[in-house]
Design a binder for this molecule. Structure first.
Ligand code: ADP
Length: 428
């Protein structure tokens, strides 16, 4: 890991993210706010070997059993505390992705208990990325969460936009609300509201936010709070509390080289559009059929043979991305989890193979898919660079398949403009 800036000092902010793309999204916001950030894949077994103001431990705990998510999150907490982290940040998706059992509530409860703290906040608001919260209701763009496409998500369908209700169903603690009227009155009013809610027995407060400025105001009110739980948006308001200001050096990465490829296992609305747009440019694109994987066909080998002589001509795309009706049909035949795991494993194997073929600039679409790809590439940690689109930075990482390192970007489903799959390469 390079130490791109001279600033000394230990880890200020210790972050625990419930999936890989979410971790990168958070790291991206911290870099833009001037922090030098390292993202680790899972809980490291050794102390941090790079200079960083913030470390984001990326777990893959969003849809696993709650007890397992809690255990992994507590292990991450302990490692972060050993690195000297002064404040802990539990990061989940900006669409509050969770199953009825969790894992946002159970993990929050466990972290609070371990930190000995009786109060925290919860808000996925990220107005730069069109996620706003008003009166506790989450909007994605102009529509409520449950009208945004998230109601059809393969693993975490979100059918209720009211976050107080959603979280209350997952936690032992009382959930309250800091509404927009309070936010508009500034940091002191927010702190006063925290105190009132706590006195009323509230353990976790959902927080409204409509604009980036609201998150900066909120950030000031979070100074010294042992645990913050949020999407990635709240991060923009925290570095100021540690005397850190925006600095372009925080995003410095090595120069890019090598072949270019995109793999996509995301079926989200934005990804479907990005796949269509890439195909419309006339570049090579190969669709993966989950049923053929289930039949035992060598889908990975076929994809790599297809890609081999095309890579020299520019970026290629391999995708399992499909419309909701098609995803439901596949899930009906294979089972939701089995279909997901099988496709993830295949796409990850293809990503590894592409890097072995010389790809050194890799775009991955899909949160779960990214987790699988990073594991297949045996990436342990990544230095976070400049963003391509809000929430999606280029990163630089070492892998046994690319000992000198590769550039990789992990795009969660609903992020990125329609031309993301081509734009990403032109920004490197
Ligand atoms: P997103 O970030 O869009 O939510 P994820 O990768 O997190 O994307 O989740 C998508 C899930 O859907 C993964 O488990 C993936 O393997 C699965 N999947 C991908 N393509 C298909 C398909 N054609 N049919 C069924 N499931 C699919």
């Amino acid at each position: 890991m390079d130490n791109s800036t001279e600033r000394q000092g230990g880890v200020r902010l210790g972050c625990i993210a419930d999936d890989f793309t979410g971790a990168t999204d958070l790291a991206n916001n911290l870099v833009r706010a001037g922090m030098r950030v390292v993202q680790t894949i899972g809980v490291p077994t050794a102390p941090l070997d790079a200079q960083a103001d913030a470390v984001v431990v990326a777990l893959k705990s969003r849809t696993i059993a709650p007890a397992e998510a809690v255990a992994q999150s507590l292990a991450a907490l302990q490692w972060l505390q050993e690195q000297g982290a002064e404040q802990i940040y539990f990061k989940y998706c900006s669409t509050f992705d969770s199953t009825p059992e969790g894992n946002i509530g159970p993990v929050t409860d466990a972290l609070m208990q371990a930190l000995g703290t009786g109060f925290t906040i919860a808000t996925p608001a990220f107005p730069d990325n069109k996620r706003t919260v008003f009166k506790g209701y989450l909007f994605a763009g102009d529509v409520l969460l449950n009208e945004s496409g998230m109601q059809d998500h393969p693993l975490t369908p979100m059918k209720d936009p009211n976050l107080v209700r959603v979280l209350q169903a997952q936690t032992q603690q009382k959930v309250g609300l800091v509404d927009y009227q309070t936010i508009a009155q500034g940091a002191d009013a927010i702190r006063a509201r925290f105190a009132t809610l706590q006195a009323e027995g509230v353990g976790i407060a959902i927080v409204d936010a409509l604009a980036s400025a609201d998150l900066v105001t909120l950030g000031a009110a979070l100074k010294g709070m042992p645990l913050v739980t949020a999407g990635s948006g709240v991060a923009i308001g925290l570095p100021q509390n540690f005397g850190i200001a925006p600095d372009s050096q925080a995003a410095a990465l090595p120069a890019a080289e090598g072949l270019q490829a995109v793999v996509s296992g995301s079926c989200s609305v934005a990804t479907n559009r990005q796949v269509a747009e890439f195909i419309a440019t006339g570049r090579p694109a190969l669709a993966i059929d989950p049923l053929r994987i289930a039949e035992g066909a060598d889908v990975r080998g076929e994809a790599l043979a297809w890609a081999k002589d095309k890579l020299a001509g520019g970026p290629v795309l391999v995708y399992s991305t499909a419309e909701p009706a098609s995803v439901r049909a596949i899930q009906g035949r294979l089972g939701v989890e089995q279909a997901g795991a099988m496709v993830e494993e295949t796409i990850a194997g293809i990503a590894r193979g592409l890097v072995e073929l010389g790809v050194r600039q890799l775009v991955v679409a899909g949160g779960e898919t990214s987790g699988a790809c990073v594991q297949a590439l045996q990436i342990a940690q990544m230095r976070i660079g400049a963003q391509i689109d809000p929430g999606v930075p280029w990163c630089h990482a070492l892998s046994p398949a690319a000992p000198q390192g590769l550039h990789i970007t992990l795009k969660s489903g609903n992020f990125g403009t329609p031309d993301f799959f081509t734009k990403a390469f032109s920004t490197l």
